[in-house]
Ligand binder design. Structure first.
Ligand code: ADP
Length: 458
């Protein structure tokens, strides 16, 4: 059974309050009991002290200093709050007692004889508070003076107090629980509204936001967080849509070219030369599609978030080898210019680094001036290791520099040109750099050239 949040808050608070109230009630009861008992004990003490100096036991006989006081009214009549007195000998046998005791006797407790404390005893149907002191004759205990006072009024007060507290306890707790549940219900009302509004937002109205209302409290922060999340979701969905439409467009163009070429070929018989020319065109379209699909696959692999394996790699040897291999496959001049003479070991992934470098160098080959060399520079600056690919090409405008790492983005300057490409190379480079913890930046000046810089913080 699921318990609602307001119920949980109310239960938790009530349980805590129940403990606090219990402690408070226990303290109240304890303090009242102590006060009542202390008052009675003080009276008893006064009474005992008074009689101690007036009564003597001499050879088993009782002697009074002021006999009249002993016979005064309070000890003879049954008063509202009487004092009971009894004198016993050393063995505890009654020698005399106040008339208000009637046929009853006070109990004698030899073990508590000289303790000077008072205790509660049951005498017949009455509850008494009793004190007991020894009576001496020439340094010897001749008997005991027992003084007692009714405890019934005090007991009644304490019982009444206990009953009131026992009735109050559940009443307070039930009222508290109901009030807290009501308060909790009101407190979570704004959250309920947020839930309602959030439930109404679907993919079709993802641009809607939860209205901000009220003070800048936790509820407002929650609303802001949900709105920020919706913003991010909306942006991600937009990017996704844009990506799908760009990808389809990128594949549709060579497909249309391919279809057009094949239709032209089939329309009427052609010469061998014409066939060769058209087939060449068709193959170019297929190559373009293949290149785009391959790049899309690399991008999908990087975006799938599969964890990449990092291994120690000597960057100096890797670059030397890379440039050497690249030169074998191109007639362009590529120079490797290391600024360090010793190996630089880094934890990276060789295959990913190869793809990054390939894309950067291929772009330089594609866009830069054919007569100018491309330079690959490796260096170290303090704790930073950098690897640069520099060309003397058309450069990239400031506007384009902000977007060249977006998928399918192609610079303004290359759009009119016949340079092949789908605008995916640098998007792949950026994703791989993020995966390998490499900072990538570009410095470029139009008509002068571009420099792509990879940076490792070691
Ligand atoms: P593609 O080369 O297929 O267009 P990229 O993602 O590799 O896609 O590059 C994106 C854009 O960045 C290119 O279209 C181009 O405008 C610009 N660019 C990249 N490298 C260079 C470079 N070395 N020189 C000039 N422009 C470049």
């Amino acid at each position: 059974m699921s318990i609602s949040y307001k119920e949980r808050i109310a239960r938790r608070l009530t349980a805590t309050t129940a403990m606090i109230i219990l402690v408070v009630f226990a303290i109240i009861y304890g303090v009242v009991r102590l006060t009542v008992v202390t008052n009675i004990d003080r009276d008893l003490q006064l009474e005992t002290d008074e009689h101690k100096s007036q009564i003597f036991l001499v050879n088993g006989e009782i002697r009074f200093i002021h006999k009249g006081e002993w016979q005064e009214e309070e000890h003879s009549q049954l008063q509202l709050n009487p004092i009971f007195i009894e004198i016993v000998d050393a063995e505890g046998n009654s020698m005399d007692r106040s008339p208000n005791l009637l046929n009853n006797h006070l109990s004698f407790f030899p073990d508590r004889a000289g303790s000077g404390e008072a205790w509660t005893v049951q005498a017949g149907s009455r509850e008494l508070r009793q004190m007991q002191i020894p009576l001496y004759n020439q340094g010897m205990i001749e008997g005991y003076l027992l003084v007692a006072k009714s405890f019934e009024d005090a007991r009644e007060t304490l019982t009444n107090l206990r009953n009131v507290l026992l009735v109050l306890y559940p009443v307070i707790l039930i009222s508290l629980f109901l009030i807290m549940r009501n308060q909790a219900d009101q407190s979570i009302q704004p959250i309920r509204q947020i839930i309602q509004k959030t439930n109404l937002i679907t993919q079709s109205n993802l641009n809607e936001r939860i209205p901000l209302s009220g003070p800048n409290d936790e509820i407002e922060q929650l609303t802001r967080s949900i709105n920020d999340l919706l913003n991010r979701l909306e942006q991600a969905l937009k990017r996704e849509k844009q990506f799908t439409s760009d990808a389809s467009h990128e594949l549709r163009t060579p497909l249309s070219v391919l279809r057009g070429t094949l239709e032209v070929m089939i329309r009427k018989p052609r010469t061998q030369e014409e066939y060769q020319q058209k087939i060449q065109l068709a193959l170019q379209s297929i190559d373009r599609m293949t290149a785009t699909i391959e790049q899309l696959l690399v991008l999908a692999r990087v975006e799938s978030g599969q964890s990449i394996i990092l291994e120690e790699l000597d960057l100096l040897a890797f670059c030397e080898d890379y440039v050497f291999q690249k030169k074998l496959n191109t007639d362009r001049e590529i120079n490797f210019l290391p600024q360090v003479g010793h190996p630089i070991f880094l934890k990276t992934n060789e295959k990913s680094l190869q793809i990054i470098l390939d894309n950067l160098v291929d772009n330089s080959i594609k866009y830069a001036d054919e007569s100018k060399p491309i330079e690959v520079i490796l260096g170290k600056d303090g704790k930073e290791v950098f690897l640069e690919v520099e060309d003397r090409g058309p450069g990239i405008s400031m506007e384009d520099q902000k977007r060249i790492f977006d998928p399918f983005y192609r610079g303004d300057s290359v759009l009119g040109s016949r340079k092949p490409g789908a605008g995916l190379g640098l998007a792949i480079v950026k994703k791989l750099c993020d995966e390998l913890n490499i900072q990538i930046s570009v410095e470029s000046e139009e008509d002068k050239g571009s420099k792509f810089r990879l940076l490792w913080n070691t």
